[in-house]
Design a protein around this ligand. Sequence first.
Ligand code: GZL
Ligand code: ZN
Length: 326
Amino acid sequence: MKKAGLCLLLSLLLLLPGCAGRGPEEEHLIRVGFSQVGSESDWRIANTASMVAALSEANGYELLFDNAKQRQENQLLAIRNFIQQDVDYIVLAPITESGWDDVLQEAKNNHIPVIIVDRRIDVADESLYTSWVGSDFLAEGRRAVRWLEAQLEAQGRAEEKLRILHIQGTYGATAQLQRTRALTEALAAHPNWELVAQLPGEYTEAKSYELMREFLQSGQEIDVIYSENDNMSFGAVRALEEAGIPCGGEGEIMILSFDAVRRALELCRDGKLSLCVECNPLHGPRVASLLQELARGGAPAKLTFVDELAFDRAMLTDEIIRDREY
Ligand code: GZL
Ligand code: ZN
């Protein structure tokens, strides 16, 4: 091949995307595209902070971050953008379980491994993602039900009628599907438990407050609120207080809440919430170790579940609350 042609070929190679325009020191950064659901809750804010801190340049990453503002179409756009930018890895926190097959097939066609965090995805081909890390949401729901059964037993109310208001998270999110399933199982097991209403709170304080105010105008009596995240519980507490209806005390409405963010633990310690079921958002370090293993050519576990607890007032101290990371 003529010398000129060789130079031309070499100069073209240098223009390939992914290598051009980056200094030598940047070349060794692992480029990660992270598509986040939104910023709908304290949990989500803590999850984002954990991911951003772990995938820092100091730790060897170039992080491309996208906040989808709770809209799946924004996540699909973000993933296609990451593919265009030829990232090394894609991390997806999916808003709902369905709708990911096509875009993840495009990532696979471009040899970009995908890690799923938090909620699950329901795809025909499980090879479309390399690993998932998150919570066992069904176990979280069953933890709440077991606690409630024990409380009712202790109060001699196990056979009494129990009127339950169910505030649900974003429909189709794994946390919603599985926390709801735990309550559905419990309702089937306890004929004296009655589901009074289900409110679509979308995991936000504002939506839950609005729906709770409307519900309270119906005058329907309730004994328990099963609220699928803390921010929706905050909205419900605000509406109850405005209506002059007490909660958390002896014989008052019991609120069972999920996430156990600091504000919720404080409300629990102060007697407003009855149970806080932990859902750990600190997935950053776990995702970073999965990426490191992939970068070394390793084969990380397909599923990694995080360990979680539940807190009631009897367990909570100022020290526990102070030492919490979120
Ligand atoms: C659970 C996560 C849920 C939280 C909510 O892992 O998907 O989404 O429970 C958040 O606070 O909005
Ligand atoms: Zn390069």
